[in-house]
Design a binder for this molecule. Structure first.
Ligand code: GUN
Ligand code: ZN
Length: 454
């Protein structure tokens, strides 16, 4: 349908984005909604954005204007701040708790990634599922094998998706086939950094799996490697499981808790991302705030493995706010859908006595995730000059949502229904760097009337 003669591609329909942090300035000062907006894209970037009545007349002559349709909503692409692409294979495997699950399932699945062909096949599935779920950026753990990292980046690069990924570092407490040594981990990671970091939209992430699977020597090496390559990321798991804290004490007796191990080895700072953080103390959260380290909140995985309930309110809204993004944690989390993850986020907050509004939840899945990853100047918002990662939501994607939406009177209510009930079926289209990367086959529901929320 899109003619190659058009240099500009504009989508016309309802749009919602965030211009600031609603946890800080309030939703009314940070949300930008227009029931009839234009989002125009060219050469990977957003070139025009605003109310159609104003922007339509500013569009260049060679612009294709396409309507997104009734009962749709454009958003910035979702950002998944932590996932394991090799665990696509063992998603939904029923585990006991963390270490049994790792030993029983993930370590078996990950050994197959010595084969680059296998890694490529799984990377394709993972990326396809991201697109189907409206996720345009993810922070991804690979395996110990450099070829599995190459396969992932090659596939992400071919799709022009902004991805952050890296080779897992493990040199103890894991099957031999999945371990390296501090030296090999350093050399392999370094050559991957030189090959992939900042190539196209790809970004490299130094990835010590967690402190229990690395020796002090490897943890030290990971901190050094990260410092030697400014602009790269560092990702790990911290304070996920109650028992884990006890073992960390046994293996790092000089350190004061899980996070302190990473702090000691110079692994905290901007562009460090820690998955889970369920059992972090007040002092540890303060340390995240001071250093700029982010937490990837993984509510589905935390529930699935019975790890505990992360206190989102405490992390975000006190006088020492921590950067928090949302994450599927595929495969401990059993859904690629960030909409489902929003529901889990809402439920986890509720268990802590906190009513998370839908406006705040959608911020976390978009601009909030970008902020956690220090990418809010590039992705996470619909804004002129930003990378054109845009999704179109179908606000009536299932019969029950269509039925429920009849009762909605404003945008907040409509967003709440999406948060509570929607999943990947609501993703009508996903644009990556301005190009259509996924379009759902058909609408599930014939819509009856236009709904807009002023
Ligand atoms: N902690 C260390 N590795 C992992 C992993 O692969 N998944 C989860 N959920 N937690 C971890
Ligand atoms: Zn994880």
């Amino acid at each position: 349908m899109i003619s190659i003669d058009y240099k500009y591609h504009a989508l016309r329909g309802a749009a919602l984005t965030y211009t600031d942090d609603p946890f800080r300035v309030g939703a009314h000062l940070s949300m930008r909604y227009d029931s009839d907006a234009i989002v125009c894209m060219s050469e990977g970037k957003i070139t025009h954005f605003g109310p159609a009545r104003r922007v339509l007349f500013q569009l260049p002559a060679d612009t294709l204007v396409e309507r997104t349709g009734k009962d749709t909503l454009m958003l910035a692409g979702f950002i998944d701040c932590h996932a394991h692409y090799p665990q696509t294979e063992c998603i939904g495997d029923c585990g006991e708790q963390l270490t049994d699950w790792l030993n029983g399932y993930t370590f078996l699945a990950e050994q197959k990634f010595a084969s680059k062909a296998h890694a490529r096949e799984v990377a394709k599935v993972f990326l396809r599922e991201c697109l189907r779920a409206g996720t345009t950026t993810a922070c991804v753990c690979c395996t110990v094998h450099p070829q599995a990292v190459d396969a992932f980046f090659e596939e992400a690069n071919a799709l022009d998706m902004r991805m952050i990924a890296g080779k897992i570092l493990m040199d103890r407490h894991a099957p031999q086939a999945l371990t390296d040594t501090p030296r090999r981990g350093y050399d392999d990671s370094k050559s991957l950094i030189l090959r992939w970091h900042d190539r196209g939209r790809q970004l490299y992430c130094v990835t010590p799996k967690f402190s229990l699977t690395s020796t002090p020597a490897q943890m030290e090496m990971a901190g050094l490697l990260w410092a030697e390559h400014p602009g790269t990321y560092l990702q790990s798991h911290v304070a996920e499981n109650r028992a884990e804290a006890g073992w960390v004490k046994d293996f790092y007796p000089q350190r004061h808790g899980c996070l302190d191990v990473h702090d000691y080895y110079k692994q905290l700072g901007p562009r460090s991302i820690y998955a889970h953080g369920v059992w972090l103390s007040e002092a540890e959260l303060r340390r995240c705030h001071e250093t700029g380290a982010a937490i990837a909140h993984c509510p589905s995985a935390n529930a699935f493995l019975g790890s505990g309930v992360f206190n989102l309110k405490s992390a975000l809204t006190s006088e020492r706010p921590v950067r928090v993004g949302l994450a599927t944690d595929i495969g401990a989390g059993a859904s690629f859908s960030m909409l489902r993850t929003l529901k889990r986020t809402y439920e986890a907050a509720k268990l802590n006595g906190y009513d998370l509004s839908a406006a705040l939840a959608f911020y976390l899945a978009t601009r909030g995730g970008a902020r956690a990853l220090y990418l809010e100047d590039k992705i996470g918002s619909i804004a002129v000059g930003h990378e054109a990662d845009v999704i179109v939501l179908d606000l009536k994607s299932t019969p029950v949502i269509e039925y429920r939406m009849r009762e909605c009177e404003d945008l907040e209510e409509a967003l709440f229904v999406q948060m509570a009930l929607a999943d990947e079926r609501a993703i009508l289209a996903t644009y990556v760097a301005g190009k259509l990367a996924y379009r759902r086959e058909s609408r599930h529901i014939e819509t009856r009337q236009d709904q807009s929320y002023e």
